[in-house]
Write a protein that binds this ligand. Structure first.
Ligand SMILES: [Zn+2]
Length: 293
């Protein structure tokens, strides 16, 4: 363990990683801060977690790729949202800085969630500016700073980075989901590069083809294109590649009971193969760039 802030984030892996590859799991946190104060049923709030996703990718650090994980739940403050995506409806008073609530805030799932899926009010109160600021300063910003530090360190070391932003999704679309319809059966794996803007087409193809060879049904940018984290830290022309992976929860867990299923071990083993494929590819890209210098 190289870096841990209890309840906020952990960074696993060597300070001198052997691969130019970084994984992050922003939504698998389960440490509910005591001042959260939600009224939605806790079993529904828990369903917002990308449960066990950090564990699914836990082989990464030993293979030379750092893994950054949030320890707080996304339902408290969502690290995969921009600070601008703040829903004024959750606030008791006007936000003093610029905000620009987008589609996620409109659906109730902006930076601070107004709704708990499927369609419950998260709070029976409005939040003060001070309360939201505290969540930003003590949770959102430290997570982003830790991730950015790791990405910058690896970029400095290798000249390029391949960043996988790891998530899981319900097997069936709930209300207020990006499909705009309830009950849609989802693919096993959804890759998101924000319509070709966050990584090279070659890297997207490598990850897609690896999943397909492992036997998974894969979709790209449908229904999830990738949100704030892959947007904020990608710059493919500068050698900074980021790709979002959404894993269908039916592959590894019982979505009602939160228990892992028999499929967990097989999926974890396949993701470890994926980590190795990405690592080999990334090292070959770095070597090719060096040879061309
Ligand atoms: Zn997620």
């Amino acid at each position: 363990m190289s870096d841990l802030v209890p309840g906020v984030y952990k960074v696993e892996g060597s300070r001198e990683p052997s691969l130019p590859v970084i994984f992050d799991s922003p939504h698998s946190g389960t440490n509910y801060p005591p001042d959260f104060g939600f009224i939605a049923p806790s079993e529904l709030v828990r369903r917002a977690e990308d449960a066990y996703v950090d564990e699914l990718f836990s082989a990464a650090p030993a293979r030379g790729a750092p893994l950054v994980s949030a320890l707080f739940p996304r339902s408290y403050i969502d690290p995969n949202r921009s600070l601008l995506d703040l829903d004024p409806e959750v606030l008791a008073e006007p936000w003093p800085d610029e905000i620009a609530p987008g589609e996620k805030a409109r659906l109730g799932h902006g930076l601070i969630w107004r709704l708990c899926p499927p369609d419950e009010a998260m709070y029976d109160r409005k939040l003060s500016v001070e309360e939201v600021r505290r969540r930003i300063d003590l949770y959102w910003k430290p997570y982003h700073a830790a991730l950015k530090r790791v990405l910058d360190d690896v970029h400095h070391r290798f000249g390029q980075t391949w960043h996988i932003n790891c998530h899981s999704m319900p097997a069936i679309s709930p209300p207020n989901s990006p499909e705009g319809a309830t009950g849609v059966r989802r693919a096993e794996i959804v890759l998101g590069d924000r319509d070709g803007s966050t990584c090279s087409a070659e890297f997207l193809a490598l990850v897609r083809d690896t999943f397909k060879k492992l036997g998974y049904q894969v979709k790209v940018n449908d229904p999830y294109k990738g949100v704030e984290i892959v947007r904020a830290y990608s710059d493919p022309l500068a050698g900074r590649h980021a790709l979002q992976i959404e894993i269908n929860r039916a592959l590894y867990m019982d979505e009602q009971g939160f228990e892992k299923t028999a499929g967990f071990a097989e999926l974890q083993a396949n993701l470890t193969k994926l980590i190795d494929h990405i690592g080999d590819y990334a090292l070959s890209q770095v070597a090719a760039a060096k040879a061309a210098e």
